[in-house]
Design a protein. Structure first.
Length: 470
């Protein structure tokens, strides 16, 4: 039985009211709720079991996962390439609180978690991928404290049957040693939380204005999630969530970037955080763009010391409004990277993990068209093969595929669910995106979820994650 172990924001939040220290010492009381979506990548039916753990490590196997006329029982069955959304507030028998979840199945599966919160006036939204629980070290290329009012919450789950010591080292950009170290003994299957707004370092300290990186280590398997959040000013509600990396690569693709991209009255800007996860040598890094340009353009690449990260902000319009980026290392050092996007002077924000390679077909566990009257989905899909290809998307439910013909090498094809006329309003399900030429080429992609036009809530209504390869 293959097992996907996912940490969901240091726990899925089911009808929970939680308090956390915010900027300038204020306390914001936020009500959080969550959902998770699972897709079966196999060609046979999958039996999927969901097991929940609260903050104390108490195990819950509950039924049903969703009540009503057609309840979803635990375990539940997924058709080949089918998906299922589970909304935490409808799960029977779970008291309000924070929960992490372990999913197991007899077919290959992938999963995402969506988290949503509000304090009565401001809304928070984030999304991230589930992670395999085999690593004893994880890397976070972006961690903040009072960085233009951004802070970070780290969630680290012990996925071992025994208690273990978990430590976190925080690094400044360009530094050579950690500026802060924290550690804790964590009971089996329990999640430990660290918030940079009020963190008490065992050694050192984290200054205000900090944007750096972190390394999480333990003796046994762990899963890690980081949430960058903003509670004050025009960006109040901003939420950027991603999973910690457990390995590095020498090439990474970031297929959805924005440099003053105008979407109606909104202007989107991106940033890129690249971390050298090696522990010996500097990583010599260049970033390439489909138009043939690169950064830095001169003979000297960026030099990123071990464990530290490089931050680039795209807010000039020089790269074109929407583009892709490829990050390459010249001296073999392993790197990881995330791409962020936010509306200028507003809260809607997104983050996704840049990916090391592509595949001829990719999957999204979740897509939506005017779901709950509001939520829609967009896809940025890049051709990383050496020849042009047709890129098509198929939505769960047997709808006719939609294709972009003759997508050139390195170019990006964009799909949006409102543009697929056969999809009914209120639809949600999985999506398959593929190269339709023979032979096919590899593609990479990013999913953007967001509320449609006309909503009135203040805060972040936007989230993103990378497409999955089977």
């Amino acid at each position: 039985m293959r097992t996907l172990k996912a940490l969901v924001l240091a726990a899925l939040l089911a009808l929970a009211v939680v308090s956390f220290a915010g900027a300038q010492g204020i306390t914001v009381v936020t009500t959080w709720s969550s959902s998770f979506t699972v897709v079966n990548l196999g060609d046979d039916k999958a039996t999927v079991m969901a097991t929940f753990y609260n903050e104390n490590g108490t195990k819950f196997v509950v039924n049903p996962l969703s009540s009503g006329a057609t309840p979803v029982w635990n375990p539940f069955i997924l058709d080949p390439h089918g998906s299922r959304i589970i909304v935490m507030e409808y799960v029977n028998g779970l008291p309000g609180g924070k929960y992490s979840i372990v999913l197991s199945a007899d077919q290959p599966i992938v999963a995402i978690a969506n988290v949503a919160g509000h304090d009565g006036a401001v809304y928070y939204h984030g999304s991230y991928q589930g992670s395999w629980a085999t690593a004893t070290e994880a890397y976070l290329p972006s961690v903040s404290k009072a960085f233009v009012d951004w802070y970070s919450r780290l969630a680290v789950q012990n996925l071992d049957a025994a208690a273990q010591s978990i430590s976190v080292e925080f690094y400044e950009a360009g530094g050579t040693s950690p500026i802060c170290t924290v550690s804790s003994s964590v009971p089996p299957y329990t999640t430990r939380h660290w918030n940079t707004a009020g963190i008490a370092c065992d050694t050192g300290s984290i200054p205000d204005g900090y944007n750096g990186s972190a390394v999480v280590s333990s003796d046994g398997p762990i899963a890690v999630v980081n949430e960058d959040y903003n509670e004050t000013g025009l960006r109040a509600g901003g939420t950027q969530v991603y999973s910690g990396f457990t390995q590095g690569w020498t090439t990474l693709y970031c297929p959805a970037m924005y440099d003053r991209f105008a979407d109606g009255q909104d202007v989107w800007i991106s940033s890129l955080n690249v971390q050298n996860i090696g522990d010996q040598d500097d990583a010599r890094v260049r970033i390439y763009y489909p138009d043939g340009s690169m950064e830095p353009p001169g003979p000297d690449p960026y030099s990123i010391p071990p464990r530290t990260s490089l931050l680039l902000v795209y807010n000039t319009g020089d790269h074109g409004p929407a583009f892709a980026a490829r990050v390459e290392v010249e001296n073999g050092q392993p790197i990881v990277a995330i791409a962020n996007a936010t509306i200028e002077y507003e809260a809607p924000s997104q983050t996704y993990e840049c990916v090391p390679s592509g595949a001829p077909e990719l999957y999204s566990p979740l897509a939506m068209k005017w779901l709950a009257s509001d939520y829609n989905t967009g896809f940025h899909v890049q051709n990383i093969g050496g020849a042009s290809t047709d890129i098509c998307i198929e939505y769960e439910g047997g709808y006719a595929p939609e294709c972009r013909l003759g997508v050139a090498a390195d170019a990006v094809a964009i799909f949006v669910t409102p543009g697929h006329l056969d999809l009914p309003a209120g639809w949600s399900g999985s999506a398959r995106i593929y190269s339709a030429t023979n032979p096919p080429v590899d593609i990479v992609g990013v999913v953007n979820q967001g509320r449609g036009w006309g909503y009135s809530q203040t805060g972040d209504q936007s989230l993103s994650f990378a497409l999955f390869a089977p």
